[in-house]
Every structure is written in structure tokens, then in C-alpha cells.
Design a protein around this ligand. Structure first.
Ligand SMILES: [Zn+2]
Ligand SMILES: [Zn+2]
Length: 72
């Protein structure tokens, strides 16, 4: 599961990591994690989607299984 700052797009798997750091694009001066919306990322090609099923059902040229595999 990956958390994304909705202003600068910075990603981290730990929400506290982003929340505690300053963001130059955010009006609050800190990263703001996209509300409720989690982004799933293929660990082989880096493709992102908010729906895990979207990635899991599609083929990936970089993955050894031939399908996208989501990052933990
Ligand atoms: Zn940010
Ligand atoms: Zn992929």
C-alpha cells in the first residue's frame, strides 16, 4: 500500500513519513496524503492505479509472471 501526497505526488509506504515532512507545493507547508485514496503500484513496471483489480488483471511486460504484481 502506498500513500501519495496530493500536492507534490511524493510517495511513501508509511503515512507518517509524509505527514511529518514539509512540502513546497502544499498550501499547509506539509505533505497532505490523498484522502482515503490509495494508489496501487506494480512492483515491476511501476504502473499505478487506484483499483488493485485493474492492475492484477492486466499483462505486464516486465513482470516474471506476465502480469502486474502489486507492491506490498
Ligand atoms: Zn507533498
Ligand atoms: Zn507491471
Amino acid at each position: 500500500m502506498v500513500y501519495v501526497c496530493k500536492y507534490c505526488g511524493k510517495q511513501n509506504s508509511t503515512p507518517d513519513y509524509l505527514a511529518g515532512r514539509s512540502c513546497s507545493t502544499s498550501p499547509t507547508g506539509k505533505h497532505v496524503i490523498m484522502s482515503e485514496k490509495t494508489v496501487y503500484i506494480c512492483k515491476y513496471c511501476g504502473k499505478q492505479n487506484s483499483t488493485p483489480d485493474y492492475l492484477a488483471g492486466r499483462s505486464c511486460s516486465t513482470s516474471p509472471t506476465g502480469y502486474h504484481e502489486l507492491m506490498e
